[in-house]
Design a protein around this ligand. Structure first.
Ligand SMILES: NC(=O)c1ccc[n+]([C@@H]2O[C@H](COP(=O)([O-])OP(=O)(O)OC[C@H]3O[C@@H](n4cnc5c(N)ncnc54)[C@H](O)[C@@H]3O)[C@@H](O)[C@H]2O)c1
Length: 262
């Protein structure tokens, strides 16, 4: 622990992974706590979040659980109020909740479309809405969005991801809009573009598909949730105090590099 987030209070949504292994939210919550932040773990499943809180406390960190579905404004308001009551301030919001569903415009169901837009975009907007007044009261803050390469580039050869790509790309606009609106109030908003990381979210993927995904990456390696979490620590800390409105790709070069034809 090097105290890069000492004195700060962080909210991490979707903090506990959906299955065995380390998810992006889980790794981020652990590193935030290791760097000295007090962390509120927000999750629909209180049981899995409690397990993560115990793990953080075992390491000497500080964490509390707030069980809620953050697709609901009242729940987000209660989450921010709980954070203030428990720790007295709110400095960092890590908007990690997100789900995907396959489909092109021809094949996606309206139900899947609505669910994916709500889980990725609406949750982020509602959590941010509830946390901003608390950040302002504390003199500033850092809001972090969690996007995907699917929000940055079109991915050929998949089963289609029109809802997910649209929702994640929407987060890029959301990030810039919040960054612009709060720039003079010392509240920064940035977005991580997550690449092909192996987490419980993609555990359903077979070995072959996983291997094809790895080969798509210019660095030819798969990422982990820790790669994402290290980026989140930087964006949450004062080390990035002059960084706002950016999308930070953490993806082994997939967004910006191209193979030269041979
Ligand atoms: N794993 C990848 O390859 C990959 C790639 C690109 C982007 N991402 C992004 O990373 C983020 C997820 O990372 P993770 O590994 O922590 O995922 P995860 O699915 O393991 O954990 C997310 C948790 O959020 C919870 N959750 C979902 N909806 C919720 C809601 N409305 N309210 C409260 N909790 C809710 C889920 O129950 C789950 O426990 C998503 O935004 C995802 O789009 C992942």
């Amino acid at each position: 622990m090097t105290d890069r987030l000492k004195g700060k209070v962080a909210v991490v949504t979707g903090a506990a992974p959906r299955g065995e292994g380390v998810g992006n939210g889980m790794a981020t919550a652990i590193l935030f706590a290791r760097e000295g932040a007090k962390v509120v773990l927000v999750n629909r499943s209180a049981e899995r979040a409690e397990k993560l809180a115990a793990q953080i406390k075992d390491e000497g960190g500080e964490a509390s659980v707030f069980a809620a579905d953050v697709a609901d404004l009242d729940a987000c308001e209660a989450m921010a109020a709980f954070t203030m009551k428990t720790y007295g301030r709110l400095d960092i919001l890590h908007n990690n909740v997100g789900i995907g569903a396959p489909g092109t415009p021809e094949t996606v169901t309206l139900d899947d479309w609505n669910k994916v837009i709500a889980a990725n975009l609406t949750t982020t907007m509602l959590c941010t809405k509830a946390c901003l007044p608390r950040m302002k009261a504390g003199g500033g803050g850092s809001v972090i969005m969690v996007s995907s390469i699917a929000g940055a580039v079109g991915l050929m050869g998949s089963a289609g991801a029109v809802a997910y790509s649209t929702a994640k790309a929407g987060l890029h606009g959301f990030t810039r809009s919040v960054a612009a609106d709060y720039a003079t109030q010392n509240i920064r908003a940035n977005c991580i573009v997550v690449g092909s990381v192996h987490t419980p979210m993609v555990a359903h993927m077979g070995t072959e598909a996983r291997e094809r995904r790895r080969k798509m990456v210019p660095m030819q390696t798969e990422g982990t949730a820790w790669d994402i979490a290290y980026g989140a620590v930087y964006l949450a800390s004062d080390e990035s105090r002059w960084v706002t409105g950016i999308t930070l790709p953490i993806e082994g070069g997939l967004v910006n590099l191209r193979a030269w034809p041979r």
